[in-house]
Design a protein around this ligand. Structure first.
Ligand code: AMP
Ligand code: TRP
Length: 328
């Protein structure tokens, strides 16, 4: 039986190899035998201030990047969140069924909410909008990186809670899908923190559109350790282990085999080869991105995605509103 798949990425620029290995790579694989819906979550992006011009550009950049890595808009629905009013509509209904206590326990909110009196309400309710994204399409599977585990759990809790109140087939209860390898890529300059779009240092990440020279610089300078042994041990050797994960994910060669191949070699040689593997993997993505980004096809695909997504969303909203007593 084909499953319904849903996921989203924020249009914030700097989409990096962590986003690719944790999420985007799964988007492409899942298209083979599922019904997939991939969203550019622009309403999530405005939970923190954004320059309007840049945001508008980033939305198209992100859509083009989806397609450049292999998301095929003739097979999957590719669309922009704010083009479908059902997301905000359903988010309100879910908010009325979510608890302030459970939302204050979200680690992503706690991380970003240093100054708690003036945190935007949107930042607090961010996970509820995410739950609405997922539940709006009766999604079975949500491919994401590990950092979204807590948000998926919350989505499931809210869905079950509403099903218990209004009928058990009000919402499909979704499952997260996390890869064994790549679900949490760490920052190159600090392997104790995850690779992120917003880290100040550009050397902390490799963006999908980086030039080969930039990729090489970030990898050669990445933080490792001083014992000089190429061995996977995430706890004691987080830097080298992260590099082994990246190498393995891009090349398809298991980490144990890489350990064997590089036995007795120095970190320098290993890093140099890794830089080549990564740059070679990114080259076709960059080429196809440049083509798609300036084609009329991009705008047409998003328009088509908007129509298909709206049709699905309207059906769910009708059902949900009926259940809870809204409308007539
Ligand atoms: P975001 O950039 O927060 O919109 O994230 C887009 C997708 O990339 C989500 O599925 C995240 O879980 C995933 N992701 C973000 N950072 C990483 C990382 N360092 N390693 C693996 N996956 C990640
Ligand atoms: N919160 C996710 C992130 O930061 C992005 C996102 C928003 C998402 N809505 C979603 C992911 C729905 C999966 C499904 O990465």
């Amino acid at each position: 039986m084909t499953k319904r798949v849903f996921s989203g990425v924020q249009p914030t620029g700097n989409i990096h190899i962590g986003n690719y290995l944790g999420a985007l790579k799964q988007f492409v694989q899942l298209q083979e035998d599922n019904e997939c819906i991939y969203c550019i979550v622009d309403m999530h992006a405005i939970t923190l201030p954004k320059d309007p011009k840049e945001l508008r550009k980033n939305i198209l950049d992100t859509a083009a990047l989806y397609m450049a890595v292999g998301v095929d808009p003739s097979r999957s629905v590719v669309f922009v969140q704010s083009d479908v009013p059902g997301h905000a509509d359903l988010a309100w209904i879910l908010m009325c069924n979510a608890y302030t206590g459970e939302l204050s326990r979200m680690t992503q909110f706690k991380d970003k909410n240093r100054d708690n009196e003036s945190a935007p309400m949107g930042l607090f309710s961010y996970p509820v909008l995410m739950a609405a994204d997922i539940l709006l399409y009766d999604s079975d599977i949500v491919p994401v990186g590990n950092d979204q585990k807590q948000h998926i759990e919350l989505t499931r809790d809210i869905a079950v809670r509403i099903n218990n109140k209004y009928g058990k087939d009000t919402f499909v209860v979704p499952d997260g899908r996390f890869l064994k390898e790549g679900a949490r890529i760490m920052a190159l300059d600090d392997p104790m923190s995850k690779m992120s779009k917003s880290a100040e240092s550009a050397l902390s990440r490799i963006s999908l559109l980086d030039e080969a020279a930039t990729v090489k610089k970030a990898i050669m300078r990445s933080t490792t350790d001083s014992d000089g042994e190429i061995r996977f041990d995430a706890e004691n050797k987080p830097g080298i282990s992260n590099l082994l994960t990246i190498y393995s994910a891009f090349s398809g060669v298991p980490a144990t085999e890489l350990e064997r191949r590089y036995r007795g070699e120095g970190y320098g040689a290993f890093k140099k080869d890794l830089a080549e593997v990564v740059a070679e993997s990114l080259a076709p993505i960059k080429r196809s991105y440049a083509e798609i980004r300036q084609s009329e096809e991009l705008i047409r695909a998003l328009k088509d995605g908007e129509e298909r997504a709206n049709a699905l969303a309207e059906k769910t909203m009708k059902r949900v509103k009926e259940r809870i007593g809204l409308g007539r």
